[in-house]
Ligand binder design. Sequence first.
Ligand SMILES: Cc1cc2nc3c(=O)[nH]c(=O)nc-3n(C[C@H](O)[C@H](O)[C@H](O)COP(=O)(O)O)c2cc1C
Length: 178
Amino acid sequence: MSKRYFPLSRVYSLLEPGPVVLVTTSWEGERDIMTMSWHTMLEFEPPLVGCVISNANNSFRLLDASGECGINIPSADIADKVAGCGNTSGRKVDKFSRFGLTPVPSNKINAPLIDECFAGLECIVHDRSMVAKYSMFVLKVVKAWIDPDINDPRTIHHLGKGSFMFSGQRVKLESKMR
Ligand SMILES: Cc1cc2nc3c(=O)[nH]c(=O)nc-3n(C[C@H](O)[C@H](O)[C@H](O)COP(=O)(O)O)c2cc1C
């Protein structure tokens, strides 16, 4: 394979694991939704997820204050809404109303989940030690929900600069990873 130079500033677009998710937060009567693609699994059980959430975002303030959030996993059918939530600040706009997304009460946290997403994870902040340096919150998933009627959802994956990919065919390969 002959390869060409690739700019360091674009490396993220090769490694972003996706799926793009929607982070829901609430604090003192305020609620918000933020699109997020910079997340990574850190532990199987209890599931720990590292999430980079910029302190320029309103969601950072709500997450920092409440210590909890929802991670909602959307599929391609609501891709426009997902992009919209990532291009709009929730400081003055209620994104649930703006984008026609339905809040549903969570079981173990105060932040709502999103009905239109096929899966929802209720999370509490587990470790803040990397927040100051990397804006990285380590979240612990305390309850998880999935729509049993959705098989092989077409998740959304971010490639940068306005490009996205929807997941496609499921394949089976030999793997020792559980
Ligand atoms: C596809 C996509 C992925 C994004 N991923 C992240 C992310 O991982 N971390 C982050 O801090 N912001 C991310 N953003 C930007 C936030 O979603 C955006 O700043 C949003 O307006 C924040 O909303 P808020 O101010 O209401 O919290 C992403 C935006 C898009 C469109």
